[in-house]
Design a protein around this ligand. Structure first.
Ligand SMILES: Cc1ncc(COP(=O)(O)O)c(C=O)c1O
Length: 480
């Protein structure tokens, strides 16, 4: 009798793992893709749940896939992702803010519609619910009711405030419609908050790096800023803030705790509480910009600082700009004890918020269409973030560092020292690609070797190609 050993029969879970490996090797499943849930795969493959779990465990131990808490299993990237950016030390002095001219110059160069807005902090139009919004606008325009075309004086649309108040439960708050004022986007909400809490010459503590819109508002109101460093994952560093509060007469603090722009960091809840308590003790208002809070990749929406506010000193600002349509200019503010003052400044500033758009956003929020849309938007952004991170790791110069946002639309790229992001911006524009150069995000034009890149684009060969181009340019610009 022959003694040739029989090939060992592959176990069922190994066969499942083999099939998944083959799908990954052939590119059917790509790095960053989410694998089917355990239950779904078990019914698709007609195997038990424990067989799928064993298959996933095997692939995890081989480094082919990874489990992400509360989110599922994902195909791992072939390239190690770049390290996170370093925290930059900030001058402890206060300064006048001078960014308006640089921002205007960069924006002027973005006007060409053929330019790919790779630095944009908004989901691209293909990710917006255009058809549905269009239908709602058309119907309401046809009906042309009094409400849709008249002035809507502050505090603004009751329906919208009611819907936002309902949503506030998800932010950890229990706001009522009376506590809200509608605004022309978060931008106006922030200006109202600054105007209600400060006067020209006052000092405001801000994140560093900071969203340039905040810097522009501070500059135009004649305020001064003190920069507080941002940790790449946890946001504004509270020990540095405590230090600044001891040294300076700070009149307000402005933060973007959830997925801030440009870093993408998210302040853990316990630090949000610490921040609110720290400022309440000193009776300093906290201006909270929560524009990206709904765009979380994890299972839970992060809370707001407002949810810890017991003294009415937190002014919470938000909008539908990143989730529905930036051009609608529909936002809101929950200004706490400053509500009457904010409503009266709003009246003198813009009289009201666009009426028709407020009604559309209120209907969208009420219909459940919002939840459905945002669920899918979050998944698409998470995939794009993963793919773009890998491409940046592959194509950007050695030593590039990159933040790892768990939500929002942007990441912060730290290039090796000496590489000028303004020079990259100029050269990339010549190839019809726009990135956002780092000096825009500092009152004093620091962050020379940093760039903001947005991941609000559907991943595509064009996006990959554009990242390769920016990487090539970054390698080629003369280093100083
Ligand atoms: C952090 C932050 N706040 C405010 C805004 C402005 O928002 P809105 O379009 O709602 O005025 C932006 C836009 O990019 C932003 O990133």
């Amino acid at each position: 009798m022959s003694t040739r050993p029989r090939p060992t029969e592959r176990k069922l879970y190994e066969k499942v793992a083999d099939r998944l490996s083959a799908a990954i090797a052939s590119g059917t499943l790509r790095p960053g893709d989410r694998l089917p849930s355990v239950r779904k795969l078990s019914s698709q493959q007609r195997v038990s749940v424990s067989t799928v779990l064993q298959a996933y465990l095997q692939l995890e131990s081989l480094g082919v896939i990874e489990a992400r808490p509360q989110s599922g299993h994902y195909v791992r990237s072939k390239h190690a992702l770049p390290e996170e950016p370093r925290i930059t030390a900030c001058p402890s002095t206060c300064c006048r803010v001078r960014v308006a001219e640089l921002v205007a110059r960069v924006y002027e160069s973005l006007r060409d519609p053929k330019v790919l807005q790779l630095g944009s902090a908004s989901p691209a139009t293909e990710m917006q619910p255009l058809a549905r919004l269009g239908r709602m606008l058309a119907r309401l325009s046809r009906e042309a009711t009094h409400d849709a075309v008249s002035y809507d004086f502050p505090p603004g649309s009751w329906e919208l405030r009611q819907q936002v108040a309902r949503r506030s439960l998800e932010w950890g708050c229990t706001l009522s419609a009376d506590e809200l004022v509608t605004t022309c986007g978060t931008a106006e909400a922030l200006t109202l908050a600054l105007r209600a809490t400060t006067k020209a010459g006052d000092l405001v503590a801000i994140e560093s790096p900071a969203y340039y819109g905040v810097l522009q508002a501070i500059e135009s109101l004649g305020l001064r800023a003190v920069e507080i460093p941002v940790h790449p994952r946890d946001g504004m560093q509270l020990d540095a803030l405590a230090d600044a509060l001891k040294r300076h007469a700070i009149k307000a603090v402005l933060v973007v705790p959830n997925f801030n722009n440009p870093v993408g960091s998210c302040m853990p809840d316990e630090l949000k509480k610490e921040l609110v308590d720290m400022l309440a003790k000193k009776r300093i208002p906290l201006i909270e910009d929560d524009i990206y809070g709904d765009l979380h990749f994890g299972a839970e929406r992060p809370r707001t600082c407002k949810s810890y506010d017991r003294s009415g000193l937190v002014l919470l600002c938000g909008s539908a700009s990143k989730t529905l349509a930036p051009g609608f200019r529909v936002g809101w503010i929950a200004p706490g004890r400053f509500v009457d003052l904010v409503a009266s400044i709003k009246f003198t500033q813009t009289i009201g918020t666009p009426s028709l758009q407020q009604i559309v956003v209120a209907e969208f929020l009420e219909s459940g269409g919002y939840d459905h849309h945002v669920r899918s938007l979050r998944k698409r952004l998470a995939i794009s973030m993963q793919r773009m991170s890998e491409a940046i790791g592959e194509h950007f110069p050695e030593g590039t560092r990159l933040s790892r946002p768990q939500g929002g639309c942007v990441f912060w790229v730290e290039l090796p020292k000496g590489i000028s992001s303004l020079a990259i911006h100029e050269r990339a524009l010549a190839e019809r690609i726009a990135i956002m150069p780092g000096p825009l995000f500092s009152p004093t034009r620091r962050y020379e070797n940093y760039v903001r890149i947005g991941f609000g684009h559907e991943w595509s060969p064009r996006i990959e190609q554009s990242l390769m181009t920016v990487g090539r340019i970054a390698r080629a610009v003369p280093s100083r």
